[in-house]
Design a protein around this ligand. Structure first.
Ligand code: B12
Length: 225
C-alpha cells in the first residue's frame, strides 16, 4: 500500500473540510486493507500535520484552514486508537501533558496514545497544564513516570521550570521524560532540561519509557506539595 499517496489524499480531504472522506481513507483504505495502525499514525496523520504546517508557513492556507485540518486529524486519531491492537496493562502509570503555555497537544496525544497502547496506564492532560496543578495531580495519582511535551522553542523555559519544580517536590524518585519538536533542537535535551531522558518520537518513547520505569517505586513519592 502506498502510504505517501494515502497521506496526500488525506491532506486534500482535510483541506476540503471533508471529515467523512478523511475517516474513510484511513479506516477503509488504511486499516481495512491491512495497514498497521502505528504506521497510519506516523505516515499519514503525523506526515499530514507536517504538510499542513508547511502550507500554513507559506501562507497558502489560513489559520482557520489549519484548525479545520487539525480538528479532522483529532477525530481520525480517536478512531484509530479504538481500532489499534493494545498490549495487556503492565500496571505502570504515566502522567502525560504539555507544559504551561504549550498549545500543541496533538503531537503529545500521538505519543501518549502509543504509550497507552503499549500497556501503560496513561493519564493524558492535553495542552497548557498549569505547573502547580500538575504537581497536585502527581501527588494524587502517584505515577511511575511523568512525560512532558513541548513543541515551541519559546516554551523550553517553561519546560525547564516545570522539571525544576517537579524535582523540588519529588526529588529524583520520579522519572521525567521529555519530548516534542522543541526538545529535538537541543544537542542534549535531557541533560539541558534536567530530565531523566528524551525520546524523539512515539516509537523511541516505548523503549525509553520501559527503561525508566523498570526500577521505580511510586510509594517513594513523598515530597512536599
Ligand atoms: C496544528 C498546529 C498548531 C495548533 C495546535 C493544535 C493542537 N491541538 O495541537 C495551534 C493553532 C494551537 C498552533 C499554534 C501555534 N503554532 Co503551531 N503548528 C501546528 C502544526 C500545523 C501541526 C502540529 C502537529 O500536530 N504536528 C505533528 C506532530 C506529530 O509532530 P511531532 O512534533 O513530530 O510529534 C512527535 C514528536 O515530537 C514526539 N513527541 C511529542 N511530544 C512528546 C512528548 C514526549 C514526552 C515524548 C517522549 C515525545 C513527544 O512524538 C510525536 C509523535 O511521534 C505544526 C506543524 C508541524 N510541523 O508540526 C505547527 C507549528 C509547530 N506551529 C508553529 C507556530 C509558529 C505556532 C504559533 C506560534 C502560531 C502563532 N503565531 O500563534 C502558535 C503557538 C502556540 C503555543 N503557545 O503553543 C510553527 C513553529 C515554528 C517554529 N519551529 O518555531 C509550526 C512548525 C508551523 C510552521 N511551519 O510554521 N499550532
Amino acid at each position: 500500500m502506498d502510504l505517501d499517496d494515502l497521506c496526500a489524499r488525506f491532506v486534500k480531504a482535510q483541506l476540503a473540510g471533508d471529515r467523512r472522506e478523511a475517516l474513510r481513507l484511513v479506516l477503509e483504505e488504511g486499516v481495512g486493507r491491512g495497514a498497521p495502525t502505528a504506521e497510519l499514525s506516523l505516515r499519514v496523520l503525523e506526515a499530514a500535520q507536517r504538510e499542513i504546517g508547511l502550507l500554513w508557513q507559506d501562507n497558502r492556507i489560513s489559520v482557520a484552514d489549519e484548525h479545520l485540518a487539525t480538528a479532522i486529524a483529532q477525530v481520525v486519531l480517536t478512531h484509530l486508537y479504538r481500532l489499534s491492537p493494545a498490549s495487556p496493562l503492565i500496571s505502570k502509570r504515566v502522567v502525560f501533558g504539555c507544559v504551561e503555555g504549550e498549545h500543541h497537544d496533538f503531537p503529545a496525544r500521538l505519543a501518549a496514545d502509543a504509550l497507552d497502547l503499549a500497556g501503560y496506564d496513561v493519564r493524558f492532560l492535553g495542552a497548557d497544564v498549569p505547573t502547580e496543578s500538575l504537581v497536585s495531580m502527581i501527588h494524587r495519582e502517584r505515577p511511575d513516570l511523568v512525560a512532558l511535551s513541548v513543541t515551541m522553542s519559546f516554551n523550553l523555559r517553561s519546560l525547564r521550570m516545570t522539571v525544576a519544580r517537579l524535582r523540588s517536590a519529588f526529588g529524583d524518585a520520579l522519572p521525567i521524560l521529555v519530548g516534542g519538536a522543541a526538545c529535538s533542537t537541543l544537542a542534549d535535551p535531557a541533560g539541558d532540561l534536567g530530565a531523566d531522558a528524551f525520546a524523539r518520537d512515539a516509537r523511541e518513547l516505548i523503549e525509553v519509557a520501559g527503561r525508566l520505569v523498570a526500577h521505580v517505586r511510586p510509594q517513594a513519592l513523598g515530597g512536599t506539595p
